[in-house]
Design a protein around this ligand. Structure first.
Ligand SMILES: NC(=O)c1ccc[n+]([C@@H]2O[C@H](COP(=O)([O-])OP(=O)(O)OC[C@H]3O[C@@H](n4cnc5c(N)ncnc54)[C@H](O)[C@@H]3O)[C@@H](O)[C@H]2O)c1
Length: 327
């Protein structure tokens, strides 16, 4: 199997490559080569058991998309994106990266022609939904994105469905839960504080909480996110509906429940590092977001996430903190 990871230097892309190195297999077949691309040079793990390349390239350039599919990868993980806060702040960049580059990629695949029909795993988002929303949101709820990022993801889902229907590619769109606890430095996603209020206190640092404790949202760990991608690569797409995109299972938790789980994991001293600084702009964005999902389709297709927020914290401690809470 030849794999292409676009957005390989990102949080999920890096973890995906690490997992492929460990598994050596995908969709029941041996991995022969992995091609990694990102605007930032993708970091490479040690002792990679297959051919691997890491290129710094901008997928907004249609020539880059054509070059990437020249080697006819069997599975393409398309993870590259400008995140929600940035896509809202920079209209041009958001449409260029999140929509036009996806279309160029699909067109590059179409241009290969012949019997080439790769599996394309596309990471969509809960931002395709917009208030008013039921709690939980059922699988068949209509899409009403309220941000440019959400519109860009919803538009890509439509393209993915149509290019799949036309036999150009074999697509799966994964509406990922908010991935928590996001390791490393905060990014420009409006959802960043959901991770920050766990990650920073566990590192002995102060975290800012811009919303109320009763804000509820839908989460899965980075480990679960990688599991979703791997499962999607081998899934029988005959089991999908015409839309090809669906919500993944996750954990519904309020900010208050997140904080309770932090207290159970690391004690009151960690909780005291959360500083409440209400931010009406962030609160307004989050108010339009979904709180929980039934995620029946994702579950019935065999996708698995954590079942409690305590598990999500435990995974962060194991995968990022060497199993120890220092603070
Ligand atoms: N992390 C989450 O909570 C979450 C939730 C829902 C959906 N998603 C989606 O999952 C995917 C991966 O998320 P992530 O958290 O790893 O994001 P990330 O921001 O860590 O990674 C995205 C990567 O895309 C790269 N990129 C941006 N523009 C590019 C370009 N023009 N050419 C090449 N590479 C480019 C960035 O350099 C970055 O490394 C994204 O599509 C994101 O929208 C993430």
């Amino acid at each position: 199997m030849r794999i292409l990871i676009i957005g390989a230097a990102g949080m999920i892309g890096r973890k995906l490559l690490n997992r492929l190195v460990l598994d050596r297999m995908i969709a029941g077949q041996r991995i022969d080569a992995v091609q990694c691309v990102d605007v930032a040079t993708p970091p490479m793990p040690q002792d990679i058991p297959f051919a691997v390349s890491g290129d710094a390239a901008d997928i907004c350039d249609p020539a880059v998309a054509r070059r990437l599919v020249e080697r006819r990868p069997d599975v393409i993980f398309h993870l590259a994106a400008v995140v929600s806060g940035e896509a809202e702040a920079n209209f041009d960049l958001g449409y260029r990266v999140n929509l036009q580059a996806t279309l160029s990629l699909f067109e590059a695949i179409r241009a290969v022609g012949g019997d080439y029909r790769p599996r394309v795993v596309f990471t969509s988002s809960l931002a395709v939904y917009g208030a008013p929303l039921p709690d939980p949101v059922p699988d068949d709820h209509h899409l009403t994105p309220l941000t440019s990022y959400g519109v860009q993801k919803a538009a890509c889902e439509l393209l993915l469905a149509d290019y799949s229907r036309r036999g150009v590619l074999d697509g799966i769109g994964l509406r990922l839960p908010t991935i928590c606890v996001r390791p490393g430095l905060p990014n420009r996603a409006a959802s960043g504080f959901f991770s920050g209020i766990i990650r920073e206190p566990l590192n002995g640092l102060e975290a800012v909480l811009p919303v109320d404790d009763d804000v509820k949202h839908w989460f899965a760990s980075p480990r679960a996110a990688v599991g979703f991608l791997i499962h999607a690569a081998g899934l029988d797409t005959g089991r999908l509906g015409a839309s090809r995109s669906f919500v993944l299972p996750g954990v519904a938790a309020t900010v208050g429940e997140q904080i309770d789980a932090l207290r159970r994991a690391a004690g009151e001293a960690a909780v005291r590092r959360i500083r409440r600084v209400p931010d009406p702009a962030v609160a307004r964005i989050i108010a339009g977001w979904p709180r929980a999902f039934t995620a029946d389709q994702g579950r019935s297709l065999g996708f698995v996430a954590e079942s409690t927020f305590d598990e999500i914290i435990q995974i962060h401690v194991e995968d990022e903190l060497g199993g120890q809470i220092a603070a």
